[in-house]
Ligand binder design. Structure first.
Ligand SMILES: [Zn+2]
Ligand SMILES: [Zn+2]
Length: 375
């Protein structure tokens, strides 16, 4: 169901309002509720209602029907009051036609043709070794980016050219054209087809950069990758993106660092994890072994009675913290106790002796428990 609206009330005029009064009221209300100005959530709806009311009342025929029969009358007469659609009309065009423009809307072509524009940021992906990510490195990289054109001092215009201003838009970079819309005749503004918005005469373009003001060049850079950097980290290299336009500053280069996985080490944060296979005898008796860390070799003490999956810690043998000169993570060793599947005859003899000893101990415990219970 469409709710019935009082068009006069919407525009804030009385029933006898003249065409001039209607127009004045519409301008005032439209300015108040223009969605680019009024940030209230219902401003766009209000703005549409205002447009709809004005569209009806400014047409003598429609106004007559509306006065006598209301909105339903318009529908019955074949006018659909809801066909009014602001979506087809550029709102800032309505403004420039009513208020002479200069209202400061954030539209692309509102920007001055010669305003400074920041250059684009660029991205480069590089791959480094696991060890390089732990201890840092220097990498030489090659990039292609836009640099300011030296021939024209990045103006895009040949320094010897005469008529440098676009004759079509007179340097504005945009041109006005009139279009008929449901609200009447409106002036819309588009990018100048002759200079594509630069405001410069294409005949005067710099030969080197063809008017762009910048040229693509390959550049070699040496970048320092800090120790402790993690896989997927993004490093910003300031001002090595594309050069800006009209004196705008250059964009930045983002280097995304991919770290090759290590065959020996697993990294979690600044800690290193490795697995170590030990025999059941080492687990029972304990041992001291030499293991490989990212820093070289280290002695690892396996305590007596170690269990499968026990986690042993080598303090400060992990990855140096990013940005720290002294702090490091730990190296954790996960024990994997391996039960021998083949044993020698001599070993078998010894294992059997151990088994008998263990049984005798068990029996002894049971006998002692029994004697305590029988007392
Ligand atoms: Zn032009
Ligand atoms: Zn140039």
């Amino acid at each position: 169901m469409t709710k019935t609206m009082d068009y006069y009330e919407i525009l804030g005029v009385d029933k006898n309002a003249t065409k001039d009064e209607l127009k004045k009221a519409f301008r005032q209300k439209a300015r108040q509720y223009h969605p680019d100005v009024n940030k209230a959530p219902d401003a766009a709806d209000k703005f549409k209602e205002i447009g709809k009311a004005y569209e009806t009342l400014s047409d003598d025929n429609k106004r007559q029907i509306y006065d006598r029969y209301g909105e339903d009358g318009l529908t019955n007469a074949g006018f659909n009051p809801n066909t009014f659609n602001m979506g087809d009309i550029d709102l800032s065009d309505i403004f420039s036609s009513f208020f002479g423009g200069g209202f400061g809307f954030s539209r692309g072509y509102e920007a001055q043709a010669n305003a400074p524009q920041r250059g684009d940021d660029l991205r480069l992906d590089i791959q480094i070794e696991f060890e390089e990510s732990c201890f840092g490195c220097e990498k030489e990289i090659k990039i292609r980016h836009l640099e300011p054109c030296e021939s024209c001092n990045s103006t895009g215009v040949d320094p010897n050219a005469k008529d440098t201003v676009c004759p079509v838009c007179h340097g504005q970079g945009r041109v006005q054209k009139s279009t008929q819309t449901i609200l009447g005749s409106f002036t819309s503004v588009t990018t100048c087809p002759n200079c594509h918005g630069s405001g410069k005469n294409p005949k005067s373009f710099c030969k080197t950069c063809r008017g762009a003001g910048s040229v693509e060049r390959e550049k070699k850079l040496t970048i320092k990758i800090p120790h402790g950097i993690e896989h997927g980290s993004k490093m910003r290299v300031a001002n090595e993106g594309n050069s800006g336009l009209n004196g705008g500053r250059s964009g930045d280069l983002y280097v995304v660092v991919h770290v090759k996985p290590s065959k020996e080490f697993t990294r979690e944060g600044f800690d290193i994890y490795t697995e170590l296979e030990i025999s059941n005898l080492q687990a029972v008796l304990g041992d001291t072994v030499t293991i490989k860390t990212i820093h070289g070799q280290a002695q690892l003490n396996i305590p007596r009675g170690s269990q499968n999956e026990d986690k042993l810690t080598l303090k400060n043998e992990g990855v140096p913290y990013l940005g720290s000169t002294s702090q490091k993570g730990n190296h954790y060793v996960i024990l994997k106790v391996v039960i021998p599947q083949k044993i020698s005859a001599q070993e078998e003899k010894l294992y059997k002796e151990l088994l008998e000893l263990s049984r005798a101990q068990q029996d002894g415990i049971i006998d002692r428990v029994k004697s305590v219970l029988n007392k």
